[in-house]
Design a protein around this ligand. Structure first.
Ligand SMILES: *Cc1c(COP(=O)(O)O)cnc(C)c1O
Length: 367
């Protein structure tokens, strides 16, 4: 006997990367920033007064929206604060997608659902399944770029919310802003384009300019403090968009979706952005070093604009990647393996500190 709605009873939940309790693990499996958050963040948390906890937090996180707006050259009405970027995704699906009667997984059928690339962030289809919204999947080209007919296919499937990770996960490829602008233009009036910039801090450019363009009212950018600001444990993200889109998302939010401690820390994080930016540069330098050295050892490693590499020890040989994954794990080095089409011969390796990366490279050279 199950009391749940059918689609919840049948749901396969999101599978997070392992979070081992053992502190000796070299953890390169969940794309956390290997450097600590800025001292200002920790001070801000320590400075929170009992009175701030006794009272409800600012309901719309106004101090955060003000500093985020200033940081990005936007109006506070173009910013929404969320409990991690993941909450923004859930909000967007609630606000833009319909529950289709019948099959939640109906590929491309039904209309009113989400449109995603394949592969993509594996949380998207889970959130769609909870809502009951159909999922349209369009495979990326061989080089992980968006196919020419991407927007057309989303429109003909009736997708209402198109989700594009940029830089892409798990490949690390960065799509050109002009290409995203064209896609948003094609979708305009029919669907919202949510550009998931979870990893943009490690990239050479962002798509912020699209939010300012008056003829593009259908672009939402997702940002998070989890990766760039070393605050995955804090659960703080935000969305940037046309004020009308933000107002709609705001209606569907929990009344106090971000708490007083998190808001204080998030404000301090943006105020000390320079310190986070120093970590972004260290990660980029290490990313290039690790990529170079893996290539020297015969691995195929495409360029990445993120804080991870999608690397193949032996392209086309799924068993090799699986066995490298297990050997590394036995040596206390955790990376990510996706048992999924086009990814089974690859490992996703988060860029760590120089010491962690050396441990990885050393283990690989001794395989
Ligand atoms: C990490 C991540 C997010 C957001 O994560 P939060 O920790 O909830 O902020 C969103 N999209 C992608 C692709 C991610 O990797």
């Amino acid at each position: 006997m199950s009391y749940e709605r059918d689609r919840i009873a049948r749901l396969s939940p999101y599978v997070p990367g392992e979070q081992p309790a053992d502190g000796d693990i070299v953890k390169l499996n969940t794309n956390e920033n290997p450097y600590p958050p800025s001292a200002a963040v920790m001070e801000a948390i320590g400075a929170v007064q009992a009175e701030q906890l006794r009272r409800y937090p600012p309901p719309q996180a106004k101090p955060f929206r003000d500093i985020a707006a200033k940081t990005h050259g936007l109006d506070p009405a173009q910013v929404i604060a969320t409990n991690g970027g993941d909450e923004l995704l859930r909000l967007a699906i609630t606000v833009y997608c319909d529950a289709a009667p019948g099959t939640p997984e109906s590929p491309g059928g039904g209309g009113g659902g989400i449109g995603v690339t394949e592969p993509t962030y594996s949380l998207y289809p889970v959130l769609a399944a909870i809502q009951g919204a159909p999922v349209t999947r369009v495979p990326l080209d061989d080089d992980w770029s968006l196919p020419d007919d991407f927007a057309a296919r989303m429109i003909s499937a009736g997708a209402k919310l198109v989700l594009v990770v940029n830089p892409h996960a798990p490949s690390g490829r960065l799509e050109a802003v002009d290409r995203l602008r064209d896609i948003a233009g094609e979708l305009r009036g029919k669907a919202v384009l949510l550009i998931d910039e979870a990893y943009v801090d490690f990239a050479e450019r962002d798509a912020l300019s699209l939010v300012g363009e008056s003829d593009l009212d259908n672009v939402i950018l997702l940002r998070t403090l989890s990766k760039g600001y070393s605050l995955a444990g804090l659960r703080f993200g935000y969305g940037l968009a046309h004020a009308d889109r933000i107002a709609a998302l705001d209606k569907a939010r929990d009344s106090y979706n971000t708490d007083a401690l998190a808001q204080a820390a998030a404000v301090a994080a943006l105020a000390s952005r320079d310190q986070a930016a120093a970590s972004w540069q260290l990660v980029r330098d290490e990313r290039e070093r690790v990529a170079r050295q893996l290539r020297d050892m015969g691995w195929q490693v495409p360029d990445s604009q993120s804080n991870f590499l999608l690397a193949s020890p032996n392209p086309g040989q799924d068993a090799v990647a699986a066995s490298v994954f297990n050997s590394l794990k036995q040596r206390g080095i955790f990376v990510r393996y996706f048992d999924q089409d086009r990814l089974r011969d690859k490992l996703r390796i988060t860029v760590g500190t120089p010491g962690q990366n050396d441990a990885l490279l050393e283990a690989v050279s001794n395989l």
